[in-house]
Ligand binder design. Structure first.
Ligand code: FES
Length: 85
């Protein structure tokens, strides 16, 4: 199966980002990741990469599952109600 082309005739990426409810961003497909200094980031596991969205991971930028312990919510309303603002 040929990859689709963008309007300029270049191959479109196979990379997909999926935002998980109250959890990380899952990245699937071939891609390279770099830190702020340009160093290559190596995922902890092969396959899908989970990027932390909650800020509580000890392995940032990767998710280590800690979002469950901190009960991370991606709903602005729920987060505001919990903080009392
Ligand atoms: S999103 Fe999983 S540890 Fe932050």
């Amino acid at each position: 199966m040929a990859l689709p082309l963008d309007p300029l005739g270049e191959l479109m990426s196979e990379v997909k980002l999926q935002i998980r409810k109250d959890g990380p961003i899952l990245v699937t497909g071939p891609c390279e990741m770099f830190d702020a200094d340009g160093n290559v980031l190596t995922p902890l596991r092969e396959g899908a990469v989970a990027l932390c969205r909650c800020g509580a991971s000890a392995t940032k930028p990767f998710c280590d599952g800690f979002h469950r312990r901190v009960e991370f919510s991606d709903s602005p309303r729920e987060a505001a109600a919990e903080s009392g603002s």
